[in-house]
Design a protein. Structure first.
Length: 292
């Protein structure tokens, strides 16, 4: 039996229970979350890392509520599938939800348009009135994750202490700024260029925080890792021209928090990192040493 047999069965049986008979099983992504195209329009996302730090369906419940609010108000997002109630679902022990299939063009996203569409999502999220979202969740969750890294000896102790200090200081600083619902993991890999335009996806990490967190998530790699300031500037420009405001101090603390969060999750997401990924982790930790 393949390790994917049960999660695929969980998705197909849940779809069938709601009157949709899958006619294919195309694997679009296979990591801690399995993404399957089951019909011409139906995509299932199934959590396969059942022993990971995130348990249950609470994450998908918040994601579904936020994504549904955004889609119903015309935001540039991939919508949940209209023929299945939002859920989320759990079958055979696997949490899952269902989305509408979109065709990805493969073209690079225009950075100004990326910033504009982020701002559009933030504006619509200002009227969100669904289930309560946790404050600064990915930051506080990452602090708790450090105990796992220590127990499993996944990072050296000095690195864990550094991440702990940076996470606590940046979390305290960001609490001083206005907070609203965010994407939570708004790197450009979660912005798909589709035949319907640029669409944000993967709202699993949604939480309440300053808008600068999402901006920092979108531009951290270009601004700091790659020193591609033209791209970072264009994203910020697009965001501001769409009516958004970016506080420099909040952005500074968001940069620090983002680097610490990604570093804390790296050993979990990439237990056997390539040389390139290992170098990126080293870069982030070195950068955090000098960040203040």
């Amino acid at each position: 039996m393949s390790s994917l047999d049960l999660p695929i069965r969980a998705a197909t049986e849940t779809a069938i229970a709601h009157g949709i008979t899958p006619d294919r099983c195309d694997i679009l992504q296979n990591s801690s979350t399995l993404v399957l195209r089951l019909t011409d329009t139906l995509v299932a996302r199934v959590v396969t890392d059942l022993d990971g730090p995130r348990q249950g369906t609470g994450w998908f419940e918040r994601e579904n509520a936020v994504a549904q609010h955004l889609a119903e108000n015309g935001a540039p997002v991939i919508p949940l599938h209209p023929d299945i109630p939002p859920g989320p679902y759990e079958h055979l022990g696997y949490p899952l939800n269902f989305w509408k299939f979109v065709t990805v063009t493969g073209d690079a996203a225009d950075p100004r348009e990326a910033g504009r569409r982020m701002c559009q999502c933030h504006e619509i999220l200002g009227s969100y009135a669904g289930p309560p979202l946790p404050e600064l969740a990915i930051l506080t969750e990452s602090v708790s994750l450090l105990d796992t890294l220590r127990q499993r000896e996944l990072l050296p102790e000095p690195a864990i202490r550094l991440l702990h200090d940076r996470l606590l200081s940046s979390t305290e600083a960001l609490r001083r700024f206005p907070r609203l619902p965010l994407h939570g993991d708004a790197h450009l890999g979660n912005l798909l260029n589709t035949t319907g335009g640029l669409l944000w996806t993967d709202w699993e990490d949604t939480f309440l925080g300053p808008v600068e967190w999402d901006v920092a998530s979108a531009i951290w790699n270009s601004r700091i890792l790659d020193e591609d300031h033209a791209t970072a500037d264009a994203i910020e420009e697009g965001y501001r021209k769409a009516g958004g405001s970016i506080d420099p101090e909040a952005l500074h603390h968001s940069f620090i928090a983002r680097a610490a969060v990604i570093s804390a999750w790296y050993p979990i997401l990439y237990p056997n990192p390539s040389a390139d990924r290992a170098e990126k982790l080293r870069f982030r930790l070195d950068w955090l040493e000098n960040a203040g």
